[in-house]
Write a protein that binds this ligand. Sequence first.
Ligand code: GAL
Length: 678
Amino acid sequence: MTSWQPGGVLLGADYNPEQWPEATLAEDVALMQQAGFTFATVGVFSWALWEPTPGDYKFERLQSILDTLHEAGIMVDLATGTASAPPWLARLYPDAMPVTREGLQLSHGSRQTWCPSNPDFGERSLALVKELATRFGDHPAVRMWHVGNEFGCHNLMCFCGISADDFRGWLKDRYTTLDALNHAWGTTFWSQRYADWADVIPPRTTTAIPNPGAELDWRRFCSDASLRQYLAERDLLRSITPDIPITTNFMVGHAFDGLDYHQWAPHQDVISNDHYLGSHLDQPEIELALSADIIRGLAGGNPWVLMEHSTSAVNWQPVNLAKAPGQMLRDSLSHVARGADTVAFFQWRASRSGAEKYHSALVPHAGKDSCVWHEVCELGEVLGKISEVEGSRTQSRVALVHNWDSLWTTDGDSTPSEHHRYMTEVNRWYAACWRAGLSVQGVAPGDSLDGFDVILAPGLHVVTDAEIANITKAVESGAHAVITYFSGTVDELDHVRLGGYPGGFAELLGVHFDEFAPLLPGQTAALRSTSERVQLAGNASGSIWTERGRADDGTEVLADYADGPSQGSPAMTRRTVGNGSAWYVSTSPDDASIDSLIAALSDDSGVSPTVPGLPEGVDAVRRVGEQASYLFVLNHTDQEVAVPVVGHDLITGTESTDGSSLLLLAGGVAVLREGSTS
Ligand code: GAL
């Protein structure tokens, strides 16, 4: 396979020139060259233009777009266009329209309105892909294929009859017999036992709590059904253009939880992600960093593509916040610091009409005479100056173990507390590492943990015996693991492990809890330090959850509950295991208490911040290359800060030496070459 990366850190965007008169193309290209723009994703939503009536393909416009971009030295990530079908598909194949959980069949009129199990959609989409790959596979502009777009974004689930058949087929593959399915779903309870496969249906709206096993398998099936469409397109592309790398854009972030990307990642030649800031978040920069660190994990630690983010506001949140001056550059470099070698956006030019006309773009409605355009040019210039970081790898000694099964079950029905939300807890532990300046990488529970000295597993609810053994082995070999409440409780069938909580992790942790005792919203339980190891404040507390139980002999209790429903039970424990240690936290501690625990863990493990002594709100991340290492320093505060770092700032060309400090303006950024690594 040829490398698609021409070198350097690329600036790019979704490019949808068909919205504009043809003459705009020349103006666009001139602007792209002015900004240092070299990467265009073309055709994401162009199916209705490419095939205006069934079987009648019209690619003249695409041809001229590709020719023009190529002449201008702009590489193309060509979309297969299958994300959104043309209106005629609904007329010809009404069954391809998705059906909601309540049984309402949706109509076309928006985007991504198709049932992932529908064979007609499958056939028509593959016919398009074949045409496209045959006609444009050897076009010199085309350097990457972009299959669909954000699979599952709007059509993750379809509850129609075709999907029901497909789901049954998927279940037969998984369980072979109805007895095994009945066992997995615990159908003996509530008179749900199936005696005929024909009675097995997707979890449509029903009277009371739906069967949790069916829900979990349904989520897995939906992820797999979309994956099958991706694989069908990928395989077809590969058979026609074996040398062109293939990707589809993931959506790791606060806005989407639908696909199990651990299953998807191995099928990508290039890992790419879309990330948008949440206006509801207090510190969106931390959630951005988490998303990027999870994506780097999915990329096996290698560089990846930031396929979409926004120059300023989006159009789909209740209130769409404009970015502050300088924020777009800082956000972009935060992704680059964590491994992105391409910084791309939705979209090049802001639309005049249509659903996303108030979404920001590189060329805003105001045109060139705008702050956004100036910042885009500045970003292009900065990416040019830091081009040598391309290919270097972000280093992390902290592994954040997470999975989608835990997300789906924890946030599902009928758990001990609906206030325990999986990603909220993951975010809180990640945020403590961010505040402590520790670099973190996301991993799946079964991934190799070699090279990680600290393992964080917040609320890792669904976990297999083999995955527990993987984490246990890493601890025995010297890693230090923090595991928090509701982890290890169930196996992959969502069956509770008997003998007390936290189930499969109880032995490793040396604890035994016999009851969950969650807290009401606003209620807290006071935490009392019982060891010198973790320094808790006098007002330390836990919220959301507590547990009743005890520590085994040999397990140190670091803090217990001074009041509340679990008074006297351990809240934080630590057990020495081989050269490592296993820590348990049976509540959701306040931020300061999590910080104290992370500090103690750093002492235990020897894992230190990327830059010790950073001012609060300043983020530093290191990428290590073959020739040199690069320190990204990002000031997220509105104050100028002095940062104790040494190196040559690739952006300003200035040197920071021992004894001096790097001065970073409010919101400012620096990328320091730290010297030779050879
Ligand atoms: C993404 C999508 C883009 C655009 C963008 C707006 O989800 O892939 O096409 O809609 O959101 O933020």
